[in-house]
Write a protein that binds this ligand. Sequence first.
Ligand SMILES: Cc1ncc(COP(=O)(O)O)c(C=O)c1O
Ligand SMILES: N[C@@H](CCOP(=O)(O)O)C(=O)O
Length: 528
Amino acid sequence: MAVCSLFQASPCSLRQKPKSISRNARVHDHPIIIKCDSSPDHSNTNKPSSPSTVLKHRRPADENIRDEARRHNSSTHKHGFSAKYVPFNADPGSTEFYSLDEIVYRSRSGGLLDVQHDMEALKKFDGQYWKSLFDSRVGKTTWPYGSGVWSKKEWVLPEIDSDDIVSAFEGNSNLFWAERFGKQFMGMNDLWVKHCGISHTGSFKDLGMTVLVSQVNRLRKMNRPVVGVGCASTGDTSAALSAYCASAGIPSIVFLPANRISIAQLVQPIGNGAFVLSIDTDFDGCMQLIREVTAELPIYLANSLNSLRLEGQKTAAIEILQQFDWEVPDWVIVPGGNLGNIYAFYKGFRMCKELGLVDRIPRLVCAQAANANPLYLYYKSGWGEFKPVKANTTFASAIQIGDPVSIDRAVFALQNSDGIVEEATEEELMDAMALADSTGMFICPHTGVALSALIKLRNSGVIGPTDRTVVVSTAHGLKFTQSKIDYHSKQIADMACRHANPPMQVKADFGSVMDVLKKYLLSKAPKH
Ligand SMILES: Cc1ncc(COP(=O)(O)O)c(C=O)c1O
Ligand SMILES: N[C@@H](CCOP(=O)(O)O)C(=O)O
């Protein structure tokens, strides 16, 4: 098919703190079984491993990586780490808590919940210890630590048996130095894009969904009443839910707002065998319905109202610090919709500070589409009174949300990180996306929203030229190709599409091709 026709298409058993972790140690199950070794191992210096040494460490041929983890696990001691649900931002005197094995989404008063870790148990190990442990696990295939989420298992779901984990080795996503975009358009030398969308189902939702579906897997093995797992979605949550459920053989049910999500997103739950309900309402309507339904039926709620999700999502923040060799960036900009993710980032950074891995946290910016901006309006009112809005259509369709469930979490995150909220018009977000793509990225419109916020904060001098800044890219651009086609074919009403780069139609003869190429090369030739 011609390119042009595409454009016409519609839509160690130790108790003391270890000083370091042996480089030769395996990837570890529990901190307390790690071999401690502060002296370098000279025995193998300059000696290449013999084949027999390599074979010695291989698991038996009839064992898979899950079996291997099980064998390892059974020989280890219990570490004593734990986590529970508590009311979000609870009064210090509150005694209300729930086991993670209970099916509960709201506190007694109807407020949000939070997963609270036993920080005193985690603090028995110092920051250097945790950094070394996490670093030792990166990029391996050892179950389940090959995952960027489960490599931080002790901080995520410490009590889950590795056997119950459902993982696609998500996380460990690329932190991209946006050299040209930073230099050419922002006058910045330290601008980075955390590509959370380069992931199993193409968005950051995988980070949270591996945790939620793993816990569901455990609950089902405990014979808890969970027949299926359900969510309302603007596309990405449903894609992640259906993929992880399909991988574990668990039924998934997704409520989608009819005609409001991209084709690429719609086809994901369909392909993964979810029970897909296309409902004639917007996301907020679907969210209301799934809350009512999950209160009546044995369907476990998978939206970020469920605080388990955020335990996985927070690992993206830890990963950013790890990728900077545990140096803290100045700014992190996150696009916001239902507003779970901005809190997840805050929580990840705060845990690293509390446990001594870093000495501060970055300033957070939450970026919203102007067409769906309830947080922005609230911020601009000086946190006066929160009013949900009717979200209008936006190219950033995954954040077309007017009544975000995690509003209180977002406010907490922003107030405690000296945070800022920005917004982006349709034209601003699409132009930002096109500019980023023109420097070799291929981002989604939501990342365009975050980049627009960066542009505004740079222009106003809030973000300085040498500030180390991370823009969080939340989904893969390939999920949103129609918006790019519309932009580059200048088919968007009331939008100049200033950076459009439509394909040129050329006759199929040598002369015509030569003419256009010569003109093009002349326009690109260096000017002396
Ligand atoms: C691609 C994408 N970006 C950003 C967001 C916003 O995340 P949150 O709802 O946690 O604010 C979502 C979902 O809401 C999303 O799917
Ligand atoms: N963008 C989300 C909206 C729902 O957010 P959640 O994090 O609460 O599940 C989606 O992709 O559905």
